[in-house]
Design a protein. Structure first.
Length: 145
């Protein structure tokens, strides 16, 4: 595995940030946020960003992004109560797919506690058939490159 893929990332690697509060139920028996919750942080940050910038209406958008791949590297633990900041950037935009890299930061720390990637493939909401990324969404994603 590439050295770059396992290195801790600084805030400067990311184009935008979304704050997410941890919840009591996020802690596991070991006293820290369970690994699966990080994927929820990714999903929340990406979709909130798209909603806030007009690229997604969760009830009405005819095209939606479905998660087809996700991965996470962990460097330091986080525990409830905390607010994390999820750094976002887009590393690839294809015809129907987009790959994000995301960093999870405790408070205002400069180095991430975890980072990973997340791939959306756009489909028609009703047919679930692959479609081109909508132009409005593509414009929003370009701001994260």
């Amino acid at each position: 595995m590439s050295e770059k893929l396992t290195q801790v990332r600084p805030r400067s690697d990311f184009a935008a940030f979304e704050a997410v509060d941890t919840r009591w139920e996020d802690n596991d028996a070991y006293g820290h946020v369970n690994n699966v919750v990080y994927y929820s942080f990714f999903d929340t940050a990406v979709n909130r960003y798209l909603i806030e910038h007009g690229g997604l209406n969760v009830l009405d958008s005819p095209e939606i992004g479905l998660v087809v791949e996700t991965h996470c590297h962990y460097f330091s633990s986080i525990a409830f109560p905390a607010t994390v900041e999820v750094g976002l950037k887009v590393v690839h935009i294809g015809r129907s797919s987009v790959k994000y890299e995301l960093g999870i930061f405790k408070g205002d720390q400069d180095l991430c506690s975890a980072w990973g990637h997340f791939v959306h493939v756009y489909v028609n909401r009703l047919t679930q058939k692959t479609v081109n990324i909508p132009n409005k969404v593509r414009e929003i994603l370009q701001k994260l490159v």
